[in-house]
Design a binder for this molecule. Structure first.
Ligand SMILES: Cc1ncc(COP(=O)(O)O)c(C=O)c1O
Length: 376
């Protein structure tokens, strides 16, 4: 009996197809240009201690699911920050500072983006102010303080921490380095996305001529998903089936794809997939995602801890993988799609399929990671 045929059903909540799907490479690259993408790779690949993160084959899982190959991009090995976010915030800090040592950078964050900004500031010897909501764990706050940032806790949620960040930055002439775009604030979020595209360049070099047939992309505000799609437009010859996965409590990309315009979600319950618990898709990624995401899927939290444990025990691959809460949904949605015959047929998952999953993070919050993998 395989790990998947033990009677457990892998759940998804909703699955939809985008009626406005039209993957237009030129249009995508008019939002995030080839030059933006190439400049990011040129800079980041020259950073001290840069090396590509591993692309691991989930060979046991592909055998169980009767698929050709499943590639898992393991971002737990990204610098010492254990998350793809290290590519975005730190690169944006470098671009914003333009070589000056006198500026102060500031950001509001749920954790990983701020860690990247703090790390990027330390790399360049800049002062850094990080605003966090009262709901961000002490472990995450301490990790940013350990990188030399001043961490300021704000009463209320993420929005409140962003308002305070903007207020104090305006008063003190600090440079805001935010990963989320809003009207008149698009350039810096574009830099963060350009940084994320480094993953796709590495993947192109790692897949050895294999053709990716499907890519599953986690989304919070959509920055990572948008960046990876821009990376596909820049680097791949073919166009894989593009699938966005979100928590069912915060499926802001899915709801926006349904109506063709940005829809705001009122989050009633915070998902375990913390980095993906976002109520509104960001403007820059939306310009990419609205036509180039083919399918959206949403998930409950039910299978997150179990999937982290299976990845950690080496049940899906020869090696053990440290996968955080936001890394599990790619694997879960792939299994859930394979278990649903109708979806499996619709999205053409079969023995020729090569699926790319993004393991966005490792144990970025070690305490939480241990708690989840030890859950019975
Ligand atoms: C740690 C973390 N934060 C955030 C996100 C979401 O990224 P974005 O907000 O760019 O969509 C992810 C993955 O999707 C993640 O792993």
């Amino acid at each position: 009996m395989t790990i998947l045929s033990n009677g457990h059903l892998w759940k998804h909540s909703e699955f939809i197809e985008n009626k406005n799907f039209l993957f237009d490479k030129n249009k995508i690259l008019s939002v995030l240009s080839k030059e933006d993408i190439d400049n990011a790779y040129l800079s980041i690949s020259n950073w001290e201690r840069y090396s590509p993160t591993p692309l691991i084959e989930l060979n046991k899982l592909s055998k169980d699911l009767n698929l050709n190959k499943i590639f898992y991009k393991d971002e737990s090995k990204r610098f010492d920050l254990k998350s793809f976010k290290a590519l975005g915030g730190a690169y944006a800090v470098e671009k914003v500072s333009k070589g000056s040592k006198d500026i102060v950078v500031a950001t509001a964050t749920a954790g990983n983006h701020g860690r990247s900004v703090a790390w990027g500031a330390r790399r360049l010897g800049l002062k850094c102010k990080i605003f966090i909501s009262e709901f961000v764990s002490d472990a995450r706050g301490n990790a940013m303080a350990a990188l030399g940032a001043d961490v300021i806790k704000v009463k209320g949620n993420y929005e409140k921490s962003l308002i305070e960040c903007i207020k104090q930055s305006t008063e003190n002439n600090w440079q805001i380095v935010q990963d989320v775009a809003w009207k008149n604030y698009m350039i810096v979020p574009k830099y963060t996305m350009a940084g994320y595209t480094v993953m796709m360049k590495e993947i192109l070099d790692q897949i050895n001529q294999n053709k990716i047939s499907h890519i599953i992309l986690q989304a919070g505000v959509g920055g990572m998903a948008g960046a990876m799609i821009a990376g596909i437009a820049r680097y791949l010859k073919n166009i894989p089936e593009t699938i966005v996965v979100e928590p069912d409590s915060a499926a802001c990309v899915m709801e926006s794809i349904k109506t063709g315009k940005i829809e705001k979600i009122d989050i009633k319950r915070e998902s375990l997939m913390g980095g993906m618990s976002c109520g509104e898709v960001s403007l820059v990624p939306w310009e990419i995602l609205k036509n180039s995401v083919k399918y959206c899927i949403s998930l409950p939290d039910d299978d997150i801890a179990k999937t982290m444990r299976l990845l950690g025990n080496g049940n899906f691959s020869n090696e053990k993988i440290i996968a955080g809460e936001n890394s599990a949904p790619g694997v879960i949605s792939l299994i859930a799609c394979c278990e649903d015959e109708e979806i499996k047929k619709k999205i053409k998952l079969n023995k020729e399929s090569n699926i790319l999953l993004i393991g966005c993070e490792g144990d970025t919050d070690e305490e939480m990671y241990q708690k989840l993998i030890n859950q019975k």
